[in-house]
Design a protein around this ligand. Structure first.
Ligand code: GRF
Length: 188
């Protein structure tokens, strides 16, 4: 039985695309069973449709609390027997409802070399600091924001001051590293 993945995203979904393509091509012995998105209208939703991936798209505002929407999410993950949750640009802090049910099975990709430059503006912060070596981190998700145990990292050099260029250089590295890391995790 192929491993069942859930991918959570809020935006463009290029990492979702890389993971879904790797599954479709047989590069990953896995299936994206659901894509969870907290931003109705996000571009990632169309990408999921193109791959025929089921989606759970919700508006956090229409729930009374984080616990309420995470309870819905946990129900879906349980029903789909998800082995691994891959956060891929999910711009929301995972709460205790989801952590209680899935901690140890949730990973995230972060566009900086943790523990430096945590948070939502990692690339902008790294450029403002003036670093010359940038990178990507994949880590386990726990209650500590961007603070879980590191699984994989990859660095690249850039000597400039354009965050858009750092994103452009980092993207293909993200896609490759995410697929490679998922492959290792679902084997072990
Ligand atoms: C990536 O830069 C990732 O590191 C960060 O959010 C971004 C998602 O990009 N967590 P995309 O939606 O996968 O293109």
């Amino acid at each position: 039985m192929k491993k069942q993945l859930a991918v959570f995203a809020s935006g463009t979904g290029t990492n979702f695309d890389a993971i879904a393509r790797a599954c479709a091509d047989g590069v990953l012995d896995a299936e994206v069973a659901v894509m969870v998105c907290d931003k109705p209208g996000a571009a990632v939703i169309e990408k999921a449709a193109r791959y025929g991936v089921d989606t759970f798209v919700f508006s956090p505002k229409s729930y009374p609390s984080k616990a309420a929407f995470e309870t819905e999410i946990v129900k879906i993950l349980d029903a789909k027997k998800i082995d691994l949750v891959c956060l891929a640009g999910y711009m929301r802090i995972v709460g205790e409802t989801l952590l209680n049910a899935y901690e140890g099975r949730i990973i995230n990709i972060h566009p900086a070399l943790l523990p430096a430059f945590k948070g939502a503006h990692a690339v902008e912060d790294a450029v403002a600091y003036g670093v010359k070596v940038y990178g990507i981190t994949i880590h386990w998700v726990n209650a500590d924001l961007d603070g879980g145990k590191i699984i994989a990292q990859r660095a690249f050099e850039y000597d400039g001051n354009d965050p858009a260029e750092v994103h452009r250089l980092g993207q293909p590295i993200e896609h490759q590293l995410y697929v490679e890391t998922i492959a290792k995790l679902i084997k072990s």
